[in-house]
Design a binder for this molecule. Sequence first.
Ligand code: PLP
Length: 487
Amino acid sequence: MVGGCTEDREYWQVWYDIQSSNTFIDPHVDTTGMPRGYAGISKVAGIIEFWQKLRARHDNGFSRFQSLPHIIFRFTPTGSIMKHAQPGAGTKTPAPARSPFFSTHPSRADHFTESVIREMTRLSIAHNAINLAQGFPDFPCPLELKAAACTALHADLNQYAITWGAKDLREAIAARVAHYNGMHFNPETGITVTCGSTEAMMASMLALIHPGDEVIVPEPFYENYGPDAQISGAVPRYVPIGDDLAIDEEAWKAAVTKKSRAIILNSPNNPTGKVFTKNELAFVADLCIDHNVIAITDEIYEHIIYDGRSHISIGSLDGMDDRTITIGSFSKTYSVTGWRVGYALADEHLTERIRKIHDFLTVGAPAPLQRACVAALELPEAYYRDLASDYDRRRKILFNGLRHAGFECQLPEGAYYIFTDIAGFGMTDTEFARFLVEKIGVAAVPGSSFYHAGGETKLRFTFSKKDETLHDACERLARLNEMGIAS
Ligand code: PLP
């Protein structure tokens, strides 16, 4: 980290050159890193943390940058970050030699990295490894969906659908959600079809958040929520999900402030597999009601759930119908992650805002695939039972293979990931992920991508693959034993 500040005091400036290993103490920065008489600079702590994490990833090859650019943040005397700071006259801060564009044009995109999960897929392809990193199936989607997609294309359904979703799809979603989730939405005013749940989450946050609002994010969290918060201007407050999957109610209560606007839930959870119980959801619902906060709940794995557990939507609990945005998707339930069809369910006032954002983000989800998703919702109940039992079998194959290879892990309660403890292997998560993809031929996701800080002793594997793929991966992982790497 290199830090400095201007002398003219129009603004304070801090910059980091990721390539430099020197620590530079500017005359205006005292030994604790705080410019004299200027408290706002404490915001820099989070930025330093971010860059340190980025650097660790870069050093281990998890970055598409050839070299990491430096970045400059400027702060007004009252401590807010200047969005479009121009260099002040008479600044004595030496101009960094590299990447002049980055030095004068701060951007939202400077605050987060590319997805490590998606990067692992690229590395996996490069090393011809088995991709247990990104959560997508290597088996086909149901025939009925493929047939319906072909029919839609042959019927020339090639133009924009209604922005917030084709009417027949919204009606089918309303019926399915009433049956499975016990929630009732008017397809005309409460359902927005989006480009995957990814867009549903982003549109919901942009619709809800005023920059500076706080969102509570249980940690570890699905990687996207960090950048979603940054892009929408939300300030994340993290609450822990422990290794025992318990939620610390006191920590959650303490995280709620006057600025809290939303709690982001994800059940069944990626990466931990946790399925929130009715009591836990009731606790979160009470927090939302008592503090006038909205629950944004990502329920993309709602049908992938094990050992007789049931999925409960927080939006179905008393008092939550007008303060919940429920996000769903066709990606995982019907094995069509590339189709990019998802949805957001909310009361009419929230929906009105979500639809506006959605309109200008994407105009709409793919029209022929929306038609095919209607066919998905016509599949019989047996489809969902088979889906869960097939994933149950796959989870046990991978679990046994991981344990045999020396990983500490538990069988997940839901979703299709196993979040392992790798402390016994004597490498950090990024080192070990690189080692596995290069030397063992299996790709996994470094744990730190699921934490704002920490997670270096974790690695996530997906079992959304054919049995033979998983057996093959387990055989490869067993070589860790032969190599004597596990402690
Ligand atoms: N939410 C969670 C929790 C996920 O794990 C994923 C993908 O892995 C997504 C959302 C992305 O879903 P979609 O394909 O619907 O955008």
